[in-house]
Each structure stands twice: as C-alpha cells, then as structure tokens.
Ligand binder design. Sequence first.
Ligand code: CP
Length: 296
Amino acid sequence: MDLLSIDSLTDEQIAAILQRSSQFLKDNREGRRAELLPGRIVFNLFYENSTRTAMSFATATHRLGASAVSLSVEHSSVKKGETLEDTARTLNAMRPDAVVIRHRENGAPAAVALIMEAPVINAGDGTNEHPTQALLDAATIQNHFGRFEGLKVAICGDIRHSRVARSNAKLLPRLGADVRLAGPPELMPDGIPRLSVDEAIEGADVVMMLRVQRERLEQELGDEPGEYLARYGLTQARLGSAKSHSVVMHPGPMNRGVEIDPRVADDPERSLITLQVELGVAVRMACLEMLVGSPV
Ligand code: CP
C-alpha cells in the first residue's frame, strides 16, 4: 500500500490513523518509546526544501525503533543527470521498508511508487497533494474540538498552489467538517466558489492560513509591504468575525506579516500551530506503523 493521496485511504484507515496518533502523542509527551518497527529502514528523499515534514518523518521513524536514511539530493547523482526513475530502481535494489518522497513535480511520488516494491509516502508533490499534512491538521482539530461534525473550517490564502489545501479539501469534508476556500482572485483555482477571505472567516471555528508560494508564482503579486496582510491576511480584526472560541492554524513555514499577523500566530489562546507540529510526528508514526508494520 502507498500513501500518495487522501484518496489512497479508506474511511477506516483514516479513523485508525487519527486514533493511533492520539495515543502516540500521549506516549511522546510522557517519554514512552515503542519499538514497533525494529530493524526497518525508511528512506527519505526530499527533492524540495522542508523543515517540518523532513524532521518529523525522521523523528517518527526513530521513535518507532526503525532507522531513517536520508538522501542528500544536493550531493546525489541527480546532479549528474540521473533520472528519477533510475534513482528509484537503484534505491529499490537496496530493499528499504518504506520511501518518503517530496518533489516539486506533481505525480513524482506516484511515478516512484510504480517502481518501488516498498510503500511510498507522498511528503508533498508540487501543487498536487500533501496527505500527511492534512492528516495532522485533522488530528489537531480532533485534539482540540473532539469532533468534526458541524465545524466550519476556513482555508485562506494561496489556494491555487497549495497541496495542503487540496488534501484538506478532500479529507475534512469526509470527516464531517464544512470547508470554505478563499484567497486573492489570482491565487484561486478555476471552478470553485469565489468567497472573499472575510466571508470565509465569518463564523468559522477554524481559520487555516496558507503561505503565499512566491517560488511557484509566474509573476509577482506586486504588493506594497503590508498590502497583502491588510487585504487578505489574518489580522486580529479579521479573526474577530470568526467564532469567539475559534482557533488558528498554519501548516508552515509562515510569512509573518504577510498572510498572518505575528500577534495572531503567537496567541497562546487561539493558535494551534505548535500543536500541529507536535501532532505531525504522531501522525507520521501512525502512517509508518500502518504501512510498514503490515506485510508489503
Ligand atoms: N508544512 C510543511 O510541509 O512544512 P515543510 O515545508 O517545512 O515540511
């Protein structure tokens, strides 16, 4: 089994990952170690920059008693022109127990999965999907609210380029949440209802802000400093129209002062951003256990 998309998972598997990650969160906080995957080897291939995903997969692997081996892409034979498929054939011959891959091209993890015998986990491919991020976002919402039914989740920002938004827009409605997507018109994909950021945030239980992905923009937005925040970002005033008990999320990395006011990001009463990171390890432990702990 591979984890390439939210669509790769059944409802039962999603429920099992959320339940197991809650247990792993408790174990991690209380310093309990579970040697559940001793002797297993997980390959990490990060062809695109990462802090949270790369480190949390490595940490999750070690917490399960397995070994994480990371390819240093900058120093690899990719730089000599080796194709992704040839790299996959080469690594497959080393017989890892799982492969975690991030790549700038949509569909690269699926291409690798056609070659690898071990399970492949998509750690983010281009503008396509980031399924383990959506799972950790769901785990964070469940940890805080204890439910999904009846919750309004506003996902705001650069929706066009966001694999996080795409995976969450698949996952959260399956769990019973009402998801609203909003952003600047030039950063919205075609074919989805056009809501303003203010409309999306009004009455929301969860406000999830997204980074403006300047590295994927074909042209500059041309904003004056502070203009994006004032027009589309999460300010204290804008958060005031969400429910009084609402919470703030962001997958990171954040552009402070662009899509989010630092005072909102750091608000200890409302911000779940650090909890997202903590649950990122627990959710990835649950995913690795599910994929690697059973026969390939
Ligand atoms: N949320 C996320 O994918 O962060 P990184 O790019 O740091 O892994």
